[in-house]
Ligand binder design. Sequence first.
Ligand code: FAD
Length: 435
Amino acid sequence: MFSKNKTFFNWGRNVNINPKKLLPKNYKELKKITNKKSFVVHGNQRSYGDVCVNKDLLVSMKNFNKIKYFHKKNGIIKIESGMLLKNLLPIIIKEGWFIPVTPGTKYVSLGGMVANNVHGKNVFKNQIKQHIKEIELLRLNKKKIKCSKKKNNKIFDLTIGGFGLTGIILSVTLELKKINSSYLEQKIIEFNSFEEFFSLSKNINDYEYSVFWIDYFTKKKIKGLNYLAKHSKISFGKSLIFKDKKIGIINSFFSKLIIKNYIFSRIINFLYRKYKKYSYKKICNFNEVFYPQDYFIDWNKIYGNKGFFEIQFIIPKNKFKKILSEISFFFKKEKIFSPFVVIKKVNDKGKYLNFCGSGYSISLDFEINKNFKTLKLFFNSIIKKNKLKVNFSKDLIVNKFNASNYPDFKIFKKEISLLNPQKKINSIFSKRLHI
Ligand SMILES: Cc1cc2nc3c(=O)[nH]c(=O)nc-3n(C[C@H](O)[C@H](O)[C@H](O)COP(=O)(O)OP(=O)(O)OC[C@H]3O[C@@H](n4cnc5c(N)ncnc54)[C@H](O)[C@@H]3O)c2cc1C
C-alpha cells in the first residue's frame, strides 16, 4: 500500500488540508482500512464542496477500476467503484449503450456518482439512483454485502446519496440506456422573459435532456439559452478517445476576466447567446452536449488561490420569481454576481438527503473572496426562510440548521450512526452538519 503526504484540494479548491492518502491495491488491503480511526473514501475529487475531504486520511479507490461483467444484449453492467466514467464511456458506447444519468463531467468515478447520487439533464428519471440495480458494499464490520431494492434495501437507500458514510462501495450494477448513435440532436432556444422561460420549461416535446444556461436575471427579466437534446438515430462517430486539454495562459486570462468583471461577463454572455442562437450544430457529439465543461480539464484553477464554491437548491414554481428577485436585489446591493448560473426543471422523489423535489433547481458559482461571509449568510437565510432543498453533494456553506429542511434528516443521521457508530468514516461535510 502506497502512502504519501500531499496538499489536497477538492474541485472547488476551497478546502486546503494535508491528510495522509492511501491507495489500497487489493481487497485485503482495503479491508484493513476499516481499522483506521478516521478516514473518507474518495473517487476522483470532483465534488465542489467538502464531502470528499477528511483531515486525517483519504482512501483512493483508483486501483479498483475493472468491469466485472457486461451483458451487451440487455445493458446490465457491473463496474468496480474506482472506474472513471471517462474510461467506461468508450466501452459502452461502442456496444450501443450509454450511462443513463450523467453529471456535467466524465472525470468522475462510479463510486462517487453513487455516493453523491448524481443527477443530470434528463427530463425524466434524473437521478442515478433510479438506474442502479445493486451495490456491493464493504461495511465497517468488515462484512461484504450486496444491497438492492429487494435485499438490504435500507442500506441501499442510505448508500445512494449517502456521501460515503455507510461503508466502502466496491461495485455498482447499472442498467444502461440503449442508444443508436454517439451523436445527439440538439436544439437551442433563446428566452428573454419569465413567460418565455416558463413556456419553454413546459414544452419539451420529445427531447430527453433539457438545461437552461442563464445569461442574467433581474426582478422582471430572465435571459439565456435553453439547450434541448435527444439521442440521434444516425450512425456512430469514429473516435471515442478523449484528449485532456489544459486551459493555458491565454484562455485562463480571458476566463478570469469573465469571473471577476461583471460588465465583461455580461458582454461575453450577450455575444455568446447571439452567436449560439444563430449558429449551432443540430447534430452534436455527446461530449458537446454533456461535457462542455470538460473542454479544459483544469478550469477550476481560474478562480485563484481561495477557489470557488457552488450553491444549488430547488425553488418551487410559485416562489421562483420572488426568490430570483431577492437574489438579484442582493447582488445589486452588494455588487456581487455569479458568472455561471444554470437552471433545470426537476420533479423527482427521493429519500433521506437525496436532492429532489418539484420546481426549478438553480446553481450559482462564486469566486471565494471578501464577499464569502456575506454570501454565506444571505443564502443560508434564503434557504431557511423558504425551506429550500440544497444539493449537499456540492455544498460548502449550508449550516446544520438548514439541513433540517429535509424531513428525513434526523432519520438519516440516526441510521448512519448505526452503520458508522464511531464515526470512523467522516468528512468535513459530515462534521459540519453533525452527522
Ligand atoms: C464540471 C463538473 C460538472 C458537474 N456536474 C454535475 C451534475 O450535473 N450533477 C451532479 O450531480 N454533479 C455534478 N458534478 C459533481 C460531481 O459529478 C459529483 O460530485 C461526483 O459524484 C464526483 O465524483 P468523484 O468520483 O469525483 O467523487 P469524489 O468527489 O471523490 O467523492 C464524492 C463522494 O463520494 C464518496 N465516495 C467516492 N467513492 C466512494 C466509494 N468507493 N465508496 C464510498 N464512498 C465513495 C466520497 O466519500 C464523497 O462523499 C459536477 C462536477 C464537475 C467538476
